[in-house]
Design a binder for this molecule. Structure first.
Ligand code: GSH
Length: 218
């Protein structure tokens, strides 16, 4: 049985969405962020020492596996349970593009978002160079969010214009972007976000997952 170790208001929401799109059986183990620090509770460290969410546990073929990292989890689920759905065929150009987007979400796009989040918690007196740092972070946000917006121009989904695991991975970036960036308009990214939110499977994942601050209407 697939088990998602799911933290409220977190990236693991997209794993629930993927599982709902595939209509797979799965179990959710819920964890709540500390109300003051917003950090994950220590119980997640009992699953894996990093203590982050999402994590997936699977006991397929008698092997107990723990998978960390959203991108790796999406890839694992699609390879083992996807039956060819939500990813292009291996060996095609679309597959290469898909893999690139799948890694891009956490490998590049998430970094300036995280920097923005962490530095927003510092006062200028705590961090004297924060003004220059903010300019740099905003430039990076513009670069990455602008790139995504451009890639979505005239298409519904990132690869072959059909929903894939890469869209599900990037959905979190599209959801958090409006909270982190108020520069140039990103109309295609906004439409993409709405498109993700209108999927019935997304809605089912939302009702199973509990509190999620970045969903529709936020
Ligand atoms: N790159 C990792 C990031 C995992 C991650 O940082 N998850 C956050 C939730 S969005 C978390 O567990 N935060 C709680 C904490 O750091 O205590 C992934 O995509 O799985």
């Amino acid at each position: 049985m697939l088990k998602v170790h799911h933290l409220n208001n977190s990236r693991s929401q997209r794993i629930l969405w993927l599982l709902e799109e595939l209509e797979l059986d799965y179990e959710i183990v819920q964890y709540q962020r500390d109300k003051l620090t917003t950090l994950a509770p220590p119980e997640l460290e009992q699953v894996h020492q990093l203590g982050k969410s999402p994590m997936l546990t699977d006991n397929k073929d008698g092997n107990d596996r723990i998978i960390i990292e959203s991108g790796a989890i999406i890839d694992y689920i699609l390879r083992h349970y996807g039956q060819g759905r939500l990813q292009p065929e291996l060996g095609t150009d679309d597959y290469e593009e898909y893999l690139q987007w799948l890694h891009y979400g956490e490998g590049s796009a998430a970094l300036p978002m995280m920097l923005k989040l962490y530095t927003s918690r510092l006062s200028p007196s705590e961090h004297p160079s924060s003004a220059a740092l903010q300019i740099r972070i905003n430039d990076e946000l513009q670069r990455h969010l602008g790139y995504l917006d451009q890639a979505l121009d005239g298409v519904d989904w990132l690869v072959g214009n059909s929903l894939s695991g890469a869209d599900i991975q990037l959905s979190f970036i599209a959801e958090v972007a409006p909270l982190m960036y108020s520069g140039s308009a990103l109309p295609n990214l906004e439409l993409f976000r709405q498109r993700c939110h209108s999927r019935p499977a997304y809605r089912r994942a939302l009702s199973r997952g509990g509190i999620y601050a970045y969903g529709p209407g936020k």
